[in-house]
Design a protein around this ligand. Structure first.
Ligand code: SF4
Length: 494
């Protein structure tokens, strides 16, 4: 009898290693690795989500007639060895893993790799696409995906007459007190409670409250809710931030896509159908589908294209260890505190909080990119190395020197003030760059340009900002204030 080993981010009956398998010929192996859980101080909701979803999927397969060996082991190697010793399978196969490190480990474990079908563009096909180009541009990849997959196409033309409606999706936060769709919550059951009770002491963050779906059925329910109730208003305020709204109109579907509970094709099919039925505007459908078949698959492809060297990037020579405030919510900066509270309570912050508040702060403070990647990968319910390296190290911290982004996504307090309601009740002033009331983002933004001018000179997209920095009459005061802030950041007193 053969064994199919199902990993914790492959939780779907239709994965390529499983879809042709029958209970008569195939035994299923799951391994819960204690070593994996101990690699980082993971968020409690992340660990709960992955472990509970694994156990539920194992139960579903058992109910479908499969013999399931669900093994708790010291590590993956030990789990496989114990399985082999007990069952002596003719062969063990596993779908290609999502991490470079796991792929290398499988080469040593003598398991048969099955080509992954969890993305719409396999990373080897991405490499073929990339090989023809002088420069990789996400928009080019996205259009290729649209044409190839047929999403939002009217014949050979893009639906709505244009490929990209992003210009409509950058509105400031609405200040009309509107209510946003509340996230669905499931009632916790005995499986949840058992997993929560056994979470390691190293885990951080609030306990699960049912926000995150731990089965395919519950994930499909959340997909329907998103399409019906949220997608129609998704879009215009995608880049906005509101203190009282951790979700706004974000889909909250990324953890399910990353664990296999949902497949990108079915979520895009649902968005396309809603647009074709007249239930959602084109800008909303296009913006969402672009995130899934464009950005998400582009990040996946670049991860495999650039690993393993990519993980070591530190183009700006950042040296600061992860500041203590990332391990608490204790900071006077309201924007950072709000984002960290969302992470602590839900294991989640939406993309603009991640990019323009948390990663921006880390870059302006000179945090070692690998420490920031590690923190984000552990703290978010949708964290995974393949997601976090290009997004955080590349896009957020510019540590790849411009492979993902053509310029650093550095911004001062004015940007955050324009795109959020945070600053009004913050003790700092987003317009000031010196003095005790000065917004740390504003001070550090100018200090960042000053400190990295040698590296950034020659990047035409930074020329205007560098000229503005050089014209500042109080640059010495900015440097002094930045030094005070760095001392506060290191001491955990900012
Ligand atoms: Fe953040 Fe500065 Fe605004 Fe305070 S004033 S919320 S620190 S951007």
């Amino acid at each position: 009898m053969d064994t199919v080993w199902v990993l914790g981010d492959q939780l779907n009956r239709r994965i390529s290693s499983l879809h042709d398998s029958s209970p008569a010929e195939t035994r299923i192996l799951f391994v819960e690795s204690a070593a994996k859980m101990a690699t980082k101080p993971f968020h409690r909701q992340r660990l709960h989500l992955v472990i509970t979803a694994m156990r539920r999927f194992a139960s579903e397969l058992a109910a479908a007639g499969f013999e399931v060996d669900y093994r708790k082991a010291a590590n993956f190697t030990a789990g496989l060895a114990e399985h082999r010793a007990e069952f002596r399978p003719d062969r063990v196969s596993v779908m290609e893993p999502m991490s470079y490190q796991m792929l290398n480990r499988f080469a040593e474990l003598e398991v048969e790799l099955v080509r992954s079908n969890q993305f719409l563009c396999h990373y080897k096909d991405f490499a073929i696409w990339a090989a023809d180009r002088k420069r990789l541009v996400m928009e080019d990849f996205y259009r290729m995906q649209r044409q190839r997959l047929g999403y939002l196409m009217d014949g050979s033309e893009p639906a709505g007459g244009t490929w990209n409606f992003d210009a409509l999706n950058r509105e400031r936060p609405p200040r009309d007190g509107r209510s946003w769709p509340a996230p669905i919550r499931s009632r916790l059951d005995d499986v949840d409670r058992e997993v929560i009770a056994a979470l390691p002491a190293s885990a951080v963050g609030a306990d699960p409250d049912g926000t995150w779906a731990t089965s395919r059925r519950a994930a499909l329910f959340r997909l329907r809710h998103f399409i019906d109730e949220v997608l129609p208003i998704f879009g215009p305020h995608e880049d906005a931030m509101l203190a009282g709204e951790w979700r706004m109109a974000h889909s909250l579907l990324s953890p399910y896509l990353n664990l296999g509970l949902l497949h990108p094709r079915e979520v895009c099919d649902a968005a396309e159908a809603a647009y074709r039925d007249g239930r959602v505007p084109i800008a909303a459908a296009e913006g969402f589908i672009r995130q899934v078949i464009g950005w998400r698959e582009y990040v996946w492809g670049t991860y495999w294209l650039w690993m393993p060297d990519y993980a070591h990037g530190n183009a700006l020579g950042a040296r600061r260890p992860l500041p203590p405030l990332f391990r608490s919510t204790d900071t006077a900066m309201r924007c950072v505190r709000t984002a960290l509270q969302a992470v602590a309570e839900h294991g989640y912050a939406h993309h603009i909080q991640r990019l323009m508040v948390l990663a921006n702060f880390a870059m302006l403070s000179g945090v070692v990119p690998q420490e920031m990647v590690e923190w984000m990968a552990a703290s978010f319910v949708d964290g995974a190395e393949w997601v976090m390296l290009p997004n955080v190290l590349g896009m957020g911290l510019y540590a790849d020197g411009g492979m993902m982004a053509t310029k650093p996504y550095a911004a001062g307090g004015n940007y955050i003030n324009r795109m959020s309601d945070y600053c009004g009740e913050c003790r700092f002033d987003p317009k000031s760059r010196v003095g005790p009331e000065a917004c740390p983002f504003t001070t550090l933004y100018w200090a960042f340009l000053d400190g990295n001018r040698a590296h950034l000179t020659g990047n035409h997209r930074m020329a205007r900002q560098l000229r503005a920095m050089q014209r500042l009459g109080d640059l010495d005061d900015v440097r002094r204030r930045a030094a005070e802030l760095f001392a506060d950041i290191d001491a955990g007193t900012l």
